[in-house]
Design a protein around this ligand. Structure first.
Ligand code: SAM
Length: 469
């Protein structure tokens, strides 16, 4: 049986996958010809719920959508109510549960984190007192990552912009390390046709070599007994199984099995004593993915690290009223960082000191206030934080059109708000600040996040696309 060849797949790729899949190859081709699935992961911290949608079976917060709505026209998306994420990637939830079992206040590294799908997921899954370091080497992408984590609103993440080699300064710091490696992207062929055009055998080889370099550079930062979760969105043996074999040959590791339900259709692959998990689009409800988890079984329990400079702690008098803007001020360290008052989860102070002392921090945690002379203004991150104290500011819920106007940074004057700082929300989800002065109000939605879509288009094409409960 032959199926039409979709997307003009490269011959070398087709030959390889056809060899691997044998009689299943036409089903694979047919799946690539079908529309990509659309899925979202809800932000439980913000209490968003949906009705009547099919759940992604390996994630408590993941749901499939029947069609792709215009997400940019939904204020809930801008407010971090959910993250648009491909379903297979949410399998991280199962791997992370194994990796973090029994660890108190885990310190977690997401080494290649932008744009933040897996980081926002880890932030949601991280046990109380844990710290997530979300790192991205490319500067512009690190800022997108920071934006997405700010909107997600969890108080337990710091964004750094470092090369994997820099993590050699932090030996044995991380209990869990995710390496979601840059790869040849075959698993995205259906979703991103550009990935097909960019594919070549030479690039697969280049990716495999780069992945080994990244793993070699970052390995020392994993604690003995800690768990590496390695993932790619490609089917290539050279970028998946071969890298696990390479790790096995170099380092002392043992398998961390990830429980799968046979009904999900995930392929389990034995790589010596290790197990890899492969998602094929004709067998699972998701795109192509590979994931494995391995425990580091050797290394010094208390490795030598450079002295950390200490956290840039804010003084009580600098904090003023800002501490009371968060629900549980005592659950945080309060920092003064570039004239901002910042809250990071109080667990694991040593880890936080090391991160601030040895890495380039671009997003320090929940930015709660900005010091302007002797006063503090509320920061955009505070409005979006799940720790914002209810009632700390007068608030008004906006209708859809006004909310979209606000996101476009138009002048919106919420009639119920008194003079001064006020919080605007949509469907109960806080979005950002306005400062009312009589009949005027200044719009404090950040310029860089401004919705550029035409208002009429947004209203026509976006309204009511998602069945929120
Ligand atoms: N984990 C992300 C998520 O879930 O949204 C996706 C990560 S993407 C597969 C891989 C990331 O690795 C990209 O953001 C890319 O910029 C970064 N990257 C590229 N080259 C790298 C390198 N040499 N070392 C570390 N990261 C690199």
């Amino acid at each position: 049986m032959t199926a039409p060849r979709p997307l003009n797949l490269p011959d070398a790729f087709s030959a390889r996958v056809s060899h691997t899949l044998g009689p299943d190859f036409p089903a694979f081709l047919a799946a690539l010809d079908a529309p990509a699935l659309v899925s979202i992961r809800l932000n439980a911290g913000k209490g968003v719920a949906v009705t009547g949608l099919e759940r992604v079976p390996w994630s408590a917060a993941g749901y499939y959508l029947p069609a792709r709505p215009l997400f940019a026209a939904d204020p809930r998306w801008h407010a971090g109510g959910y993250y648009v994420q491909e379903a297979s990637s949410m399998f991280l939830e199962k791997a992370f549960a194994q990796a973090v079992a029994g660890v108190d206040e885990p310190v977690v590294l997401d080494l290649a984190a932008a744009p933040g799908g897996k980081s926002t997921h880890l932030a949601a899954l991280l046990p109380e007192g844990g710290l997530l370091v979300a790192n991205e080497v490319i500067r512009a992408r690190a800022h997108i990552l920071a934006e997405n984590l700010t909107k997600w609103g969890a108080g337990n993440a710091v964004v750094t912009q470092n090369d994997p080699t820099d993590f050699g300064r932090l030996p044995g710091l991380f209990d869990v390390m995710l390496v979601d490696a840059p790869c040849s992207g075959e698993g995205l062929f259906r979703k991103e046709p550009d990935a097909v055009r960019e594919w070549s055998e030479a690039n697969v080889q280049l990716c495999a070599e780069r992945q080994q370099r990244i793993l070699a550079d970052a390995w020392a930062a994993l604690k003995p007994g800690g768990v590496l979760i390695y993932s790619t969105c490609t089917y290539e043996e050279a970028e998946n199984e071969a890298n696990l074999r390479w790790l096995l040959a170099r380092e002392d590791v043992e398998n961390v099995p990830i429980p799968v339900d046979p009904a999900w259709g995930v392929e389990e692959i034995a790589v010596g004593p290790l197990t890899g998990y492969r998602f094929w689009p004709h067998r699972v409800r998701g795109e192509g993915l590979f994931m494995a988890a391995v425990r580091k079984t050797s290394g010094s329990a208390s490795p030598r690290r450079g002295r950390a400079k200490g956290l840039p702690l804010a003084m009580r008098k600098e904090l003023g009223p800002v501490a009371d803007w968060l629900r549980e001020p005592a659950a945080f360290h309060w920092l003064k960082w570039n004239e901002k008052l910042v809250a990071i989860s109080a667990g694991n102070r040593e880890a936080a000191e090391l991160v601030f002392g040895h890495l380039k921090v671009v997003y320090p945690g929940t930015e709660a206030g900005e010091l302007v002379r002797t006063q503090a203004n509320p920061s955009p991150g505070l409005a979006l934080s799940t720790y914002l104290a209810p009632g700390a500011f007068p608030a008004q819920d906006l209708d859809l059109e006004t909310a979209l106007r606000y996101l476009r940074r138009e002048d919106v004057v919420p009639g119920e708000l008194p003079n001064g700082w006020g919080l605007v929300s949509f469907a109960g989800l806080p979005m950002g600040w306005v400062k009312r002065i009589g009949n005027r109000a200044n719009n404090y939605w950040p310029k860089e996040w401004r919705l550029r879509m035409d208002l009429a288009d947004a209203l026509r094409d976006g309204n009511g696309a998602l069945p929120f409960g």
